[in-house]
Design a protein. Structure first.
Length: 94
């Protein structure tokens, strides 16, 4: 699913100029059974979302080279999840 975040908003977050970054990150309901999850992790090369109840992993798309990631998952609000990723040295981070 294509992101609904304007590229200028992503650039503002990455460069520390966004006035309300909390409005960008975390879960955003796309529909009753779909969530868009976003994160900014400049020290990671890749990220994924792990659904706690099932262990299912969803690779996140890197929308900006400085570490802005997003994925849309089949889940509803309140679903427990965590992020996992790989840093620039190849180490797994959870």
């Amino acid at each position: 699913m294509a992101t609904e975040i304007h590229p200028d908003a992503i650039a503002a977050v990455v460069h520390g100029d966004h006035g309300a970054p909390a409005a960008i990150f975390g879960p955003h309901s796309v529909s009753p059974r779909k969530l868009s999850l976003r994160a900014f992790q400049p020290t990671l090369d890749s990220m994924e979302v792990v659904i706690e109840s099932t262990g299912k992993r969803y690779p996140m798309a890197q929308l900006h080279e400085y570490g802005f990631f997003e994925v849309t998952v089949s889940a509803s609000e309140g679903t427990a999840y965590h992020y996992a990723g790989t840093n620039h040295d190849g180490e797994a981070i959870t």
